[in-house]
Design a protein around this ligand. Sequence first.
Ligand SMILES: [Zn+2]
Length: 469
Amino acid sequence: MTIQPGQAVIRGIPGRPDINLRSGPGTGHGVVFKAPVGTVADIIDAKPDAAASHFQGKVYQWLKLRMADGREGWGRDDLLDLLPGDHAPIGYAMLRVKTYAFTLTRNPYVQVPAYPPPITQGSEIELPAAPAPAAPAPDTLWVPAEEAPAPEPAAPASDSLWVPAEEAPAPAPAAPVEPVTPAEPAAPAVPAPEPVAAPPGCEGIVIGSKTGINVRSGPNTTYQVAMRLDRGTRLALLEVKPQDDGGAFKWVKVNHNGQDGWIREDLLTYRGTDCVTHGLIPSTDLYPAPMAAGQYWWLRGYTGPLPDHSGWDLGGDVGEPMLAGPNGGTVLTVFKAAKATPDRPSVVDHGIEVGDPSIFGDEGWGFGYGHYVIVRYSHDQLPAFVQNTLRERGMPNTAVAVMYAHLNTTAVQVGQTIQPNQPIGTCGNTGNSSAPHVHLEVRVIKKATETRWARMKDGLTDPILLFNK
Ligand SMILES: [Zn+2]
């Protein structure tokens, strides 16, 4: 598969005639040539900054550019404009006007297909000596803009021994469940949508609540309920807008049986080749996830260590099997939160608000994580693309630990060797959570013999590490 390249134009900075194009996506890579301001080039790849450099929390994206003469190099998004065209193949939207690249949100979950190699014309470029590598940046990787508004800060974690207190202030305004009328009779279970090939366009499937969701007359909960829809209802998307008061969520306009209405983005899961152009992430793009394709939905991304959100939240049903990685692993930790009982699993069930600072110091709640399992994947057990990424980040041969939090049940023992894709437990709503989901948190194990989660803190990384293919 090939992509049709969108085009960029060198924007530069005031007072400078050109910009540096580099051999890779970061200032730690050498300059291969300089491109004059105003030059138009094809975009043939895109990646987040290799050192996770960012400006005010927005991680720089780098675009690989091919000049008219065939030379190639990487330029940073704050130095580029994108020309009108379809930039979806590298994770941007369809653009109708020239747009400053840095202001755009790039969906990092798209697969960038291999671009055909250039026709060699013998125009090899001489590489000047590489400059000193850039200072390491904080381990804050890509921040999906729609996740950006930082959650309310939690109490600073006490820096004591066993403190998985880095658990962020809660799964998304953890209200994946919009207020619903509790009095409704239990709806018959709706069969989960079967995995299907992504259709053209973008389709939404209602996942918000077993008893249905509210559809409103405008893009906010302040608008009246126009209708209710059952779980499993499939809808064509008409339009996507930010919440009208600047809130964290986007709202999606749909039409059902002739009636228009608005649904909050997290109450739908998405399928379709055009979803990305709306800034919506199709759940199938997260494959392989710890739940089977079609059985989970995207809730919330990684925004960094505390007080940000330190992992990914994937919505699922209570009891949905949670599967280990494709090549097996070893169980490092199994934790049962004493205060999470089968009938009252979440802090909410105990009258505590999600994100209450007291939760993060409370072992009874697993410091927020509820019941959890941590699995160690040795370097050999990681898929090749993960090994490559680790090598690119200067951490060859390292293992990775993955925490699966808020589980309903656990199904493994500490020290146990687990088989490929073996269920390690089930999806639940335990701890600092208001609806069933898994909080996936990933730490690179920099000291090979380390088995304690809290001591792997410096290896915290965006779970995209495991899912980027
Ligand atoms: Zn989470």
